[in-house]
Ligand binder design. Sequence first.
Ligand code: FAD
Length: 404
Amino acid sequence: MNDDQQTVIVAGAGPVGLTAALILARAGVRVRVLEAGDGLAEESRASTYHPPSLEMLDDLGVLEPLMEQGIVSTSFQYRDRTTGPIADLDLGILAEDTRFPFRVQCEQSKLTPILLQALQGLDNVTVSFSQRVVGAETVGECAAVATESGEILTADWVLGADGANSQVRQSAGFSFEGMTYPERFLVASTTEDLTAILPGIAAVNYVFDPEEWLVLLRTPEHWRILFPTDPETADEVEIDPARVQARLAGVADLGREWDVLHTTLYRVHQRVADTFRKGRLILMGDAAHINNPLGGMGMNSGLHDAVREATALLGLLEGTGSLSELDAVCEARRQVALSYVKTITHDNWERLRQTDPQAQRAYHDELRALAADPVRMRAHLLNTSMINSLRGGRPVAMVGEDQG
Ligand SMILES: Cc1cc2nc3c(=O)[nH]c(=O)nc-3n(C[C@H](O)[C@H](O)[C@H](O)COP(=O)(O)OP(=O)(O)OC[C@H]3O[C@@H](n4cnc5c(N)ncnc54)[C@H](O)[C@@H]3O)c2cc1C
């Protein structure tokens, strides 16, 4: 390593920060990752990898160990809570659009150790745990971060990949406009075999209901059931085991209690930063944008930010790219967050909870027609699998809109 090497500090060792760090470090940039936790986060969060993310992880050489731990899901299902399956959409129809025409179901906590291990094989990277960033700023041609332990560290660039409550974003005065959903989302993870309880379900199922929509997701170890909660109740009420059991009994009455591993209750927002670059500070992932989880786009779009933004920064550092190219990439990613991820995930929320029976029937008919028409099904899946987001930004016409 020589002292002239460009340096980048990455705040946050989540999937996004570690992916960006790997891209930069593999190219010889000296990278320091600062992680607030005393180890990698282990909690149950995102668990779906869409085709473009699989391609990117494959290009980085980290897909194989992820797939060894995951489940390949070649289709997903729309269901009505009362009447059952509406439509199964086959991702195989994307065979000419992607090397991976499927989703992989695997917790994000399985990806981060793989990325960390890849970084640990490089001598120009340091990953420091228990190092919370409390501030970041541009100082002349450099960036500086302050840590909770009182250190001031400088680098050529700082990447804010420190999640939804990003200190890089907040301390440097990026705005984070948007809205908070009235209800919180409750996730119950269970060891019960939902394929036996609800025969015919896919690994990913969106279940429409005006009173209580659901998402049923399979991961290698368990099933996750996502419920909306009443905006008026207290958190303690929602996570009360008896109440969780009552809600699960509404999904299927097993004649006994469901085996619940854990429950998570969280507030959901749609927010996007006003810019993804300010001076020597760059935002990506949840630090830059957050959305509801309906469609599994949060972690995936963060991974896409990491790849696109780190690659553009690398171009600038190596002299093959420019600052205006980096800005164009950052703005393109911001537009994806604003007009693509936000649109699709919010649309999913509205459709799942549709209360007007006529609109509900019309949408279900649309889905059935779509599943029977390969051209329209492909167009829909190019959106939902996020391939279109990397091709141009705006979603093509959604189901239920003018297909013109
Ligand atoms: C409860 C929950 C459930 C979710 N479920 C889904 C889902 O089902 N589907 C989906 O697509 N998405 C889901 N998400 C969103 C998804 O987890 C995120 O989009 C994804 O984790 C973003 O990755 P990231 O690396 O940007 O941020 P994170 O994964 O949040 O990683 C940020 C890292 O930075 C560290 N950090 C935080 N502050 C600092 C600091 N000041 N200094 C240094 N380090 C810091 C954190 O400890 C963490 O390791 C969920 C999120 C939550 C909270």
